[in-house]
Design a protein around this ligand. Sequence first.
Ligand code: THU
Length: 135
Amino acid sequence: MNERELISAAEKARQAAYTPYSHFTVGAALLCADGTVVTGCNVENASYPLGNCAERTAIFAAVAAGKREFSAIAIVGGNEGQPAAAFCPPCGACRQVMREFCAPDFSVFLTDGEKITRTPLENLLPDSFGPDNLA
Ligand code: THU
């Protein structure tokens, strides 16, 4: 599974997004250490704060399926019904959830529909707090 294939999986997952409030759809594809891919989309709610991001949907689904080791995630987002036209970086909450399970060199792939960028998690969440900080 290369980065383009992971981006394609995220684009496909994006089609399932439930976004009646923001009309901003996001898909995520999480590459697990065993080579499998688990996807997620954003799922909004009439009680706005209860909506869940695509990245956390994917990570929680993977953990619920018994997977806890991940090497990369691809994230694709944009206005509903339109192709991704700008990079969609993960929100702070999703970065912290990645930090729970992923190593500092975990790859976060983003696309603007043309270029693909790779950023290690440690650059997205420097000086972070994680499970290793607990006694
Ligand atoms: N969203 C994600 O799912 N992932 C991101 O990386 C950024 C934001 C969702 C949350 C909400 O449903 C919509 O995009 C607008 O913020």
